[in-house]
Structures are given as C-alpha cells and as structure tokens.
Design a protein around this ligand. Sequence first.
Ligand SMILES: CC(C)(COP(=O)(O)OP(=O)(O)OC[C@H]1O[C@@H](n2cnc3c(N)ncnc32)[C@H](O)[C@@H]1OP(=O)(O)O)[C@@H](O)C(=O)NCCC(=O)NCCS
Length: 227
Amino acid sequence: MPLGERRRRASTVRGVSRLRTERLELRPLVPSDFAQWNEVRERCRHWLVKWEPRPPAGVPDPSRDPQAFTNRCRVRERERSLGTAFDFGLWHEGWFCGEINISHVARGAFQSAHVGYWIDERLAGKGLVAEGLLAVFGFAFDQAGLHRVQVSIMPRNAASLRVVEKLGLRSEGIAQGYIQIAGVWEDHVRFGLTTEEWRARRDDMAAGLRSARSGGIAQSSGSDNHS
Ligand SMILES: CC(C)(COP(=O)(O)OP(=O)(O)OC[C@H]1O[C@@H](n2cnc3c(N)ncnc32)[C@H](O)[C@@H]1OP(=O)(O)O)[C@@H](O)C(=O)NCCC(=O)NCCS
C-alpha cells in the first residue's frame, strides 16, 4: 500500500478524517481521551451547563464517569457509521479544548443537520470556534453530502451570536420554546447555511476571520437581525 494511502487511512476514525486548521486539530473523541475531557468539563462546568440541555435524571454523567464517557464515544461512533451525526473534539497545541458536533442529520429530500459547539473557558475569545466551524462546514458540505446546516442560539448568548456574526451566517428568525436548555424550553435564533451559500462565500468567510484576528472588522452580511 502506498505511504500516502496508509497515512490517509491511519488518520481516519471510522470513516471520519481528522480535520486540521491553522490552530486546531479536529477528530472524534475516543475512550482514551477521558482524562483530558474530564479535566476540561469539570473545570468549565459552570461556564458550560447554563447553555446546555439538562440530561435526564439518573443517567450517568460522561464528564465524571469513564464508563459513561466510553458509552458516549460508542454511540457517537455508531452515529458516524450510520451517517446520522458527526462529532469533532477540538485540540489546540495538543490539548483537548472543546467540541463542534453535527447532529440530527436528516437525509432524503432534507439533507440537513444541526451544529453545536463549546470551548474551554481558558481559550475563549481567540476565535477558535469560528475557525473550527469553517472546517466542519467544509466537512458537512464537501464530505458528508449535506445541503443545509443550522446553528441555534439563545438570544442572550452574546458570545455565540458573535461567532455566527463573524462568519456572516444568515438569520432565519426566532423559534419559540425551541430547545430545552438547563431545564427550560428556550427560544432560539436559527442561523442557516446552505451548500450554495457555502460555495459562494467560504473564501469570504475565511478572509473575514483572518481580518478579525488581525484586528479588522469582521463582515456580518446576512446576520443583521439577531442583536
Ligand atoms: C460561545 C463560544 C463557543 C464562543 O467561542 P469563542 O471561540 O470564544 O468565540 P470568539 O473567540 O469568536 O469570541 C466570541 C465573543 O465572545 C466574547 N468573549 C471573548 N472572550 C471571552 C471570555 N473570556 N469569556 C466570555 N466571553 C468572551 C467576546 O464578545 C467575543 O467577541 P469578540 O471577538 O468580537 O470580542 C464560547 O463562549 C463558549 O463555549 N461558551 C459556552 C458554551 C456555549 O455558549 N456554546 C454555544 C451554545 S449556542
């Protein structure tokens, strides 16, 4: 087998290639990642849980329980093999620092999915999630064959709204009582991106992020009604 092919296969986790950006590596989490996952999730618990669905009572917490984390990895692996969800852990300078996940993939005439994300509080404010999102959008459209992805954000989550503003995602308005967050059915602003928009705008999105990192003003076309 040629070396290039061996490398390509070695960097594949159950059909999902590792993605790389300038500052991030993205790949599915595996059971041996538990120690890093546990450290970040425990340290950032208060930073994260107010923005996340409350898990059902009595279900073991994968942040604290290695077996529950292993089970989570196995479920995600199965979802990847079925093409119903694609999970990406984020690594920055070799350290696990967050996730960007594609979930609720609907095939058939829909070819659509949801994208969610979080990052270690210590690494917030560096534009890492938007950088990772560009890679994940590329995966969603160019490898997973999706036609549309959606990001849903509570109107009071200013930091997350800023992420989609930097990318210029298109607001589709507010969905009332849309997702259970921390035990409450919360309104969310829905932001959509289709494969046609991606093809037309991906270079501008990347340029906008580079500009924002170097102190310029990020373009915000298409996301003007969520502030
Ligand atoms: C929302 C989130 C993913 C943004 O990721 P990020 O990589 O920090 O995003 P950015 O670096 O582009 O920063 C976005 C905004 O967050 C705010 N921000 C920056 N540093 C921050 C910090 N240390 N703490 C809180 N907010 C901060 C700023 O307003 C920033 O906008 P700016 O770059 O114009 O100043 C991150 O804040 C997070 O994980 N929050 C908790 C979980 C969550 O809300 N997930 C999303 C649910 S929809």
